[in-house]
Design a protein around this ligand. Structure first.
Ligand code: ATP
Length: 441
């Protein structure tokens, strides 16, 4: 029997950060040199989970559709792209200095009081551009300036004509991309919620202009459903429409998918109707047409764009926070990550009951039969109870135990993470039984 107690919001963040550190999900970067603020390294478990988040997105947004294709564009780009997109002029946050302690803050996040020393003696806000500027090649002059992309979206716009010309797609159709973006955030904070280097999952959906409102609503619903399908509790999610005064320079309408983080509701994903802002801007700046000729109507038009833009690293953190629970099994406390099997770092752990040589060959065979289908862990150390707890703590949905009876009956015990229920399954049926449990068998 299991009994779950809610973890207070104040403790939740600390507990999840600690679990990430101690179990190999997320390490502070360059830790042996004292760390490097706001950068993190994804460890053996974290890299699996982050990859699972991105794969789940790619599966829903590209694999299971015929109207969306993928792209992997360069991270390094010339100023011309960012000039045309408006980022050089407007991708800024309002920066203030505290005249007392000299800390710097984002003016829109601090309500006129320095969070460090409490002083109200702040400078006037000035626009601080968030893009990382560097030089490409051995000459560090203005002619060699390059930028690290602050979003993946521009790659889809600058390749719009390439994709149109090579895939036979026509509006409505989308281009999707997952990859790193970089923003020189003034105050990175809240673990991997806001970092200077992060990963995004973005899709630009090109539509006939008069269909834009319809597709905007469509993508709001699709994107909310994606989180729910991956086990995010509905009460932890909400959609918030932006006020007209909040809208970005390109937007004709934006709504955020928000998650209830321990500090309150905050953005996971922004879904925007960007109109024809980007394609028109790139057409004007490059001199290369960015439009679509519809052979059926004989009309040429610049498509409007609906953009669902999510953060992979931020979303992974939200899934971890939502999954973290503490309960009691048979009077003993345990920590469980109730992650959807698709997101868990390992789907299955194979555990030989004892280290005795007789069990090892069978356990290895069982492992080998599962590995083509599932990401598996293999653990022989310590008592079986301890090993179950360790797997619960990192979210492994199923443990497969090989015991001495297995040598006689060619069967193993499958234990469920959430119910702790154990059933005997013939080794020959194991893959199909686990497939059945994923709901995909
Ligand atoms: P914010 O207002 O939080 O700075 P934004 O509205 O500028 O974010 P977008 O430009 O819409 O963010 O980016 C899309 C998504 O990329 C965000 O919803 C978020 O999940 C992710 N993202 C943006 N900036 C960061 C960051 N510094 N660290 C981690 N993820 C980020």
């Amino acid at each position: 029997m299991t009994e779950t107690a809610a973890v207070p919001a104040d403790d939740l963040m600390e507990k999840v950060v600690r679990l990430c550190r101690t179990r190999g999900f997320i390490f502070p970067s360059a830790e042996i040199y004292g760390g490097f603020r706001s950068t993190y390294d994804y460890g053996p478990l974290g890299v699996n989970m982050l990859r699972n988040v991105k794969n789940a997105w790619w599966r829903a947004m590209v694999q299971q559709r015929v109207d969306v294709v993928g792209l992997d564009a360069a991270i390094l780009g010339p100023p011309a792209v960012w000039e045309a997109s408006g980022h050089l002029a407007t991708f800024t946050d309002p920066l203030v200095d505290c005249k007392n302690c000299h800390e710097r803050w984002r003016a829109d996040k601090i309500e006129g009081v320095c969070p460090n020393c409490g002083s109200r003696d702040l400078t006037e806000a000035r626009a601080f551009n968030l893009m990382f500027k560097t030089h490409a090649g051995p000459v560090e002059d203005e002619g060699h300036v390059a930028y690290l992309r602050p979003e993946t979206a521009q790659g889809m716009f600058t390749n719009f004509a390439n994709v149109l010309g090579t895939t036979r797609k026509k509006p409505p159709f989308g281009i999707a991309q997952v990859g790193k973006s970089f923003r020189n955030e003034i105050t990175p904070q809240n673990f991997v919620f806001r970092t200077r280097e992060f990963e995004q999952m973005e899709m630009e959906y090109f539509v006939p202009p008069d269909e834009a409102p319809k597709w905007f609503d469509y993508w709001l619903a699709e994107r909310m459903q994606w989180y729910l399908d991956l086990g995010m509790p509905a009460e932890k999610l909400r959609l918030r429409h932006h006020e007209p005064s909040e809208l970005s320079h390109y937007s004709r309408g934006t709504a955020d998918v928000e998650f209830e983080f321990p500090w309150g509701w905050d953005e996971l994903e922004g879904i925007a109707n960007r109109g024809d802002y980007d394609l028109s801007a790139h057409a004007a700046a490059s001199g290369v047409a960015q439009d679509y000729f519809d052979p059926q109507t004989n009309e040429r038009y610049t498509p409007y764009v609906i953009e669902p833009a999510a953060g992979a690293t931020r979303t992974m953190m939200a899934f971890l926070l939502a999954a973290y629970t503490e309960d009691e099994v048979g009077g003993e406390a345990r920590t469980v990550l109730r992650l959807h099997w698709r997101l868990a770092p390992y789907q299955v752990a194979v555990l030989p009951l004892s280290k005795k040589d007789t069990l090892e060959p069978v356990a290895r065979q069982v492992l080998a039969s599962l590995q083509p289908h599932f990401m598996c862990d293999y653990d022989v150390t310590q008592s079986i109870g301890r090993r179950y707890r360790r797997q619960d703590e990192v979210g492994t949905p199923w443990c497969v135990t090989v015991d001495f009876d297995s040598l006689e009956d060619d069967a193993v015990t499958v234990r469920d993470r959430d119910t702790t229920e154990q059933v005997r399954v013939p080794i020959a049926d194991l893959v199909s039984e686990l497939r059945r449990r994923t709901g995909e068998g």
